[in-house]
Design a protein around this ligand. Structure first.
Ligand code: PLP
Length: 366
C-alpha cells in the first residue's frame, strides 16, 4: 500500500544508499524487502555476475555446472543439509517444501500459524494467514489449518498422525516482526517428531540477518525442511529449499531453477558474507528505539520492528522526507531489513533519526 507514501522513483544505488529521480539520497533500510544484503551495486558481486553473464547463464536443470558446485560448496560452510532444491522466489521455495512434505509423509494436512506469511502462489497462500490476501482467490488448496502462533496447547491439540507438516517462521515478518517463543518451537519439533510429521521452517525473511545463518539456530532446533529466498542471491531472483531426503526425479522441477547465474549469485553472496563475517556481525547491529509512543522494539540483528501506539504512516513519510527509507508491517509497526553491510555507527544514526521523528511528531501533538 502506498496511501501515505509518495511513490519514489529510485534510479541508482550504492552501498546502503539509493538516489531518486530528483537526485535526493536516502539511506535504504528496506533494501528491496531484505534482498540487497551486500548493499546496492556491490563492486565484487557486480563484477563476478557480469563475468558470469559473459560465460554461461543457462544450462538446463538436467545438467551440472561449475556454478552449482561452487554454490553447494559455499552453502555447506553454513548449513548441513543433504539436498537443495532451487527455485526463483520465496513462494516457490515454500511450494516445494509443501509438496515435498506431502510426498515424503504420504499425508495431506499442513498446519500453519495465525499471522503467518509464506507467499502468494496457491499453495503458499493457503499457508499464509491474512484473509485479505486470500479471499478473492478461493477455493485455495485443501488440507491447511492455522493455529495461534506461540500457543503450545493449540499445537499439542492440532499435531496428530494426520499431520504431514507444520510450517513456521522463527520470527514472523510480514505481520509485525514477532519472534517465536523457544518453548513453542521446541514443542513443534518434539510433536512433529513424535507423530512422524515434518517441521518446515520458513527462513525466507529471517535467513542471514539475525546473527546466524538460520534464525532457527538460535533455538538449537533442527528442522526437516528450510526455505530461503530474499537476500540469498543479493538481488538475482533465487530461492532454496533444503532437505535431508531426496525427491524422486521428475516429481517436481523448474526451468529456471538452479541456472548458472542464480547459482553464481548465491555463491558470491555467501562468499562475501562469510569473508566479511557479516552474518555474525548483524546481531550487534540491532537497535532499540526509545521514544514516546513506542510500545517496544522487536526482532533480532538486522530484522527490526518498532511497534507504535499510533498508525505509522506519518512517521514513515517524515523519515522519507529526512532521507531514510523504512518499511511497515500492518498499521503500527515500522519494519527495517537493512543491508548487512550497514555499520553499527550508521545504525546509531538510524536510531536517532527515528527517535527524532517520533518525538517531533508526538511533541507537536501534545
Ligand atoms: C517474502 C516471503 C515469502 C515469499 O517470497 P517471494 O519471493 O515474495 O515469493 C515467503 N515467506 C516469507 C517468510 C517471506 O518473508
Amino acid at each position: 500500500m502506498s496511501l501515505y507514501r509518495k511513490r519514489l522513483k529510485i534510479v541508482r544505488g550504492e552501498g546502503v544508499y539509493v538516489w531518486d529521480s530528483e537526485g535526493k539520497r536516502y539511506m535504504d533500510l528496506i533494501a528491496g524487502i531484505g534482498v540487497a544484503v551486500l548493499g546496492h551495486n556491490h563492486p565484487e558481486w557486480a563484477e563476478e555476475l557480469s563475468s558470469q553473464l559473459k560465460k554461461l547463464t543457462v544450462a538446463g536443470p538436467m545438467f551440472n555446472h561449475e556454478e552449482k558446485e561452487e554454490m553447494l560448496e559455499e552453502l555447506s560452510k553454513f548449513v548441513n543439509f543433504e539436498y537443495v532444491y532451487m527455485g526463483n522466489s520465496g513462494t516457490e521455495a515454500v511450494e516445494a517444501a509443501l509438496k515435498f512434505a506431502r510426498l515424503y509423509t504420504g499425508r495431506k494436512e499442513i498446519i500453519a500459524m495465525v499471522n503467518a506469511f509464506h507467499g502468494r502462489t496457491m499453495g503458499a497462500l493457503s499457508a499464509t494467514w491474512k484473509p485479505k490476501y486470500k479471499k478473492d482467490f478461493e477455493p485455495l488448496v485443501p488440507g491447511f489449518r492455522h493455529i495461534p502462533f506461540n500457543d503450545v496447547e493449540a499445537a499439542k491439540e492440532a499435531i496428530t498422525r494426520e499431520t504431514a507438516a507444520v510450517i513456521v517462521e522463527p520470527i514472523q515478518g510480514e505481520s509485525g516482526v514477532i519472534p517465536a517463543k523457544e518453548e513453542f518451537l521446541k514443542t513443534l519439533r518434539d510433536l512433529t517428531e513424535d507423530v512422524g510429521a515434518l517441521l518446515i521452517v520458513d527462513e525466507v525473511q529471517t535467513g542471514l540477518r539475525t546473527g546466524k545463518f538460520l534464525a532457527i539456530e538460535h533455538y538449537k532446533i533442527e528442522p526437516d525442511i528450510v526455505t530461503l529466498g530474499k537476500g540469498i542471491g543479493n538481488g538475482v531472483p533465487v530461492s532454496l529449499t533444503l532437505t535431508n531426503f531426496d525427491v524422486e526425479r521428475g516429481k517436481h522441477g523448474s526451468t529456471f531453477g538452479g541456472n548458472p547465474l542464480a547459482c553464481k549469485a548465491v555463491a558470491v553472496t555467501l562468499r562475501i558474507l562469510r569473508r566479511e563475517k557479516l552474518i555474525e556481525r548483524a546481531e550487534k547491529k540491532f537497535i532499540k528505539i526509545e521514544a514516546s509512543d513506542v510500545v517496544m522494539t522487536r526482532g533480532k540483528g538486522l530484522m527490526i520492528g518498532v511497534v507504535l501506539r499510533k498508525p505509522v504512516g506519518r512517521y514513515v513519510e517524515e523519515l522519507q522526507r529526512r532521507g531514510y527509507l523504512v518499511h511497515t508491517s500492518g498499521q503500527r509497526v515500522i519494519r527495517m531489513l537493512p543491508p548487512l553491510i550497514i555499520s553499527e555507527e550508521q545504525m546509531r544514526e538510524v536510531k536517532s533519526a527515528i527517535e527524532g521523528v517520533i518525538n517531533d511528531i508526538s511533541g507537536r501533538e501534545s
